[in-house]
Design a protein around this ligand. Structure first.
Ligand code: UDP
Length: 331
């Protein structure tokens, strides 16, 4: 991509996906400013690039209008990744999550409009709610439960981000791109916010039972973060992406029970699988999605993108990372 010499503002750049995107952008010769409040992001994710003179780190919140205004003003392109993420975190801190995801996004998108900067907004497959059609096209219906269930409130907050982004594009001509990410996984993903793959891997490596929620037949399509970053780079570089929404995800569907078995196989762990009812894992009234498979024809047709890494690649890398962490703890 032709990122060389361009200046990107990455909100949430110390997070899992943001830090990988920054590696790609710096590798292409871009200048990068990170805005991150280090709530779920970690400075350690950027430790290997922190000395790069083309990287600037600003610790701050997307809720801080003055900081956002100044940083957007100085950049060429905004990538808005900052958000409250992870089902566990969202259930534990619903109000904070909603404020970050609605007001924070509004501030960033408004600033992009003020200075007429291209903006890529990260959305989520949670948008589709309980729609278990396979595969899900971008125009698939959203099927949601009551907004008093936190998960659907989260889905709605992200939908508000998309609606606002689209409104700025259609009514004000703002160059926007929306991506809906499907279960991104890979190195640097924290197990702390509920994401299943890093959790199961840490459990297996530590010899603890692998916690499978519900009956384990629910499926997901896990996508290597390197493939997600590849998709973002292609979209950022393509004029045809402007004004559009894209699913980004692998077509390989795996049940959570199958995933647990794969984790046990790849770690050689003697851990057992422990089935935990949803109401114990989360809270009474919790609702899961039984299935979530992306249709990525739109992304492929425009950019030629295809996932190149497999779930097995993710497992090997995540297991190596978990073992290294454990070894460091024991030293
Ligand atoms: N899950 C699980 N054990 C865990 C964490 C999650 O079985 O320790 C399940 C979760 O209920 C869901 C799936 O794994 O069915 C994916 O969960 P995650 O939070 O990673 O992503 P999302 O639900 O947002 O797709």
């Amino acid at each position: 991509m032709t990122a060389k010499g361009m200046h990107f503002l990455i909100t949430g750049g110390s997070g899992f996906i943001g830090s990988h995107l920054i590696d790609a952008l710096l590798g292409d010769g871009a200048f990068v400013t990170v805005l991150d409040n280090l709530s779920t992001g970690r400075l350690a994710n950027l430790a290997h690039v922190v000395a790069d003179p083309r990287l600037r780190f600003v610790q701050g919140s997307v809720l801080d209008e003055l900081v956002v205004d100044e940083l957007v003003h100085r950049c060429d392109v905004v990538v808005h990744l900052a958000a409250a993420v992870g089902v566990k975190l969202i259930i534990e801190e619903p109000l904070k999550s909603l404020t970050t995801n609605i007001r924070g996004s509004e501030i960033v998108i408004e600033s992009a409009h003020r200075y007429r900067k291209k903006i890529l907004v990260a959305s989520t497959s949670e948008i589709y709610g309980k729609n278990s059609t396979s595969p899900l096209r971008e125009d698939a219906e959203r099927i949601l439960g009551t907004p008093s269930v936190v998960r659907w409130a989260y889905s709605t907050a992200k939908a508000v981000d998309e609606i606002l982004t689209n409104a700025y594009h259609r009514e004000r001509g703002l160059p926007t791109i929306i991506v809906r990410l499907f279960n991104t996984v890979g190195p640097r993903q924290s197990p702390a916010y509920g994401m299943v793959l890093p959790r199961l891997v840490r459990q297996a490596v530590a010899g603890l039972p692998l916690t499978v929620y519900g009956d384990g037949t629910q499926t997901r399509c896990f996508t290597h973060v390197a493939d997600v970053v590849d998709a973002l780079m292609r979209l950022l570089d393509h004029d045809g992406a402007v004004g559009q929404t894209f699913n980004v995800g692998s077509p390989r569907e795996v049940s959570i029970l199958e995933l647990a078995k794969l984790v046990i196989e790849y770690t050689g762990s003697t851990s057992a699988v422990e089935m935990i009812p949803y109401h114990d894992a989360y809270e009474p009234g919790f609702e899961d999605m039984v299935r979530r498979v992306p249709d990525t024809a739109r992304l492929r047709a425009l950019t030629g993108w295809e996932p190149r890494l497999t779930l097995e690649d993710v497992l090997i890398q995540t297991i190596a990372e978990a073992r290294a962490e454990l070894a460091a703890l024991r030293r």
